[in-house]
Design a protein around this ligand. Structure first.
Ligand code: ZN
Ligand code: ZN
Length: 290
């Protein structure tokens, strides 16, 4: 997650975590199969763009021509049926440059356009870093990515060796995957910091140290998946906000040091369903639309 991991390429860790979670979470097979296949395309794109080094003015054209076609191909080969059809359809009827430009420009997009743009732009921004990501449109404040202005996808508690300046809590950008420190018990959507308005939902047996105003009830939802009555997600909890009705999933690396937040977040579908049933909306849906 830090500089060293980026220099070596983040994809080996993501791939092996995806394999581990496929074995652990059969209910997430469909999204993890697609994500695992996408990682291969993203890793190639990451490697190629490091040699090609397009500048910010060429970013849209580069991604549209060099990455989008491979993302379409792997999705049509591996994705869930509805997504396959929608993606093939969209690729033939729309201009890839427009959908890439809209994502970089921070515009509203429908699910399919956003999926294609996001899966294609992500590895390119990760490889090129701030020089190019800084050309993306979006606010630069503590609730947005300092590098590209994107909104946070998830929150995580770092292991002790990482920078603990912000109490060990970090947010990960949905657009360029940069991370930044953020205060605990503060809503990343609206800045609410009154703990009575920040409900936390986690399973009994969750190993996350800090409790906050924990609301029980997930056991019923996860009953079918629980083995020997152990938590299905001992390291993930829902951090919601009564003020803006938003939420993010928080991944606690102290509770599971092998977790790769971007992968674990995608696999935690039942938590998203639970939050949705309680009337909360994720600050932004993840790559897979949840
Ligand atoms: Zn960013
Ligand atoms: Zn809020």
């Amino acid at each position: 997650m830090g500089q060293a991991a980026v220099a070596a390429g983040p994809f080996a860790d993501r791939r092996s975590r995806t394999r581990d979670l496929l074995a652990r979470y059969p209910f997430a097979r469909e999204v993890l199969d697609l994500y695992g296949a996408l990682l291969g395309v993203q890793e190639n794109a990451y490697g190629e763009v490091i040699s090609a080094r397009p500048g910010a003015p060429d970013l849209v054209a580069y991604v549209a021509e060099r990455v989008v076609p491979a993302v379409v191909e792997v999705t049509v080969a591996t994705g869930p049926e509805k997504l396959r059809e929608a993606v093939a359809d969209r690729f033939h009827s729309s201009n890839p440059r427009e959908l890439v430009a809209a994502w970089i420009g921070g515009e509203q997009q429908d699910l399919v356009d956003r999926y294609l743009a996001r899966a294609s732009v992500g590895p390119v921004l990760e490889a090129l870093g701030a020089d190019v990501a800084s050309s993306c449109i979006g606010p630069r404040d503590e609730r947005h990515c300092k590098t590209c202005g994107g909104v946070p996808q998830l929150s995580y508690f770092a292991v002790a060796s990482e920078d603990l300046a912000a109490g060990g809590r970090f947010l990960l950008c949905s657009r360029c995957h940069s991370t930044w420190g953020y205060a605990r018990m503060t809503c990343p959507g609206c800045g609410e910091d009154s703990s009575s308005r920040l409900p936390i939902f986690n399973e009994e047996g969750n190993a996350s140290g800090e409790r906050g105003s924990v609301v029980r009830g997930l056991e019923g939802r996860l009953g079918d998946h629980r083995k020997e009555n152990k938590a299905v997600f001992p390291h993930i909890r829902i951090e919601a906000c009564e003020s803006c009705r938003g939420y993010l999933l928080n991944i606690d690396l102290l509770a599971d040091p092998d977790a790769v937040p971007i992968v674990d977040e995608i696999a935690a579908l039942p938590l998203d369903l639970y939050a949705g049933e309680r009337g909360f909306s994720k600050i932004t849906p993840n790559l897979m639309g949840f």
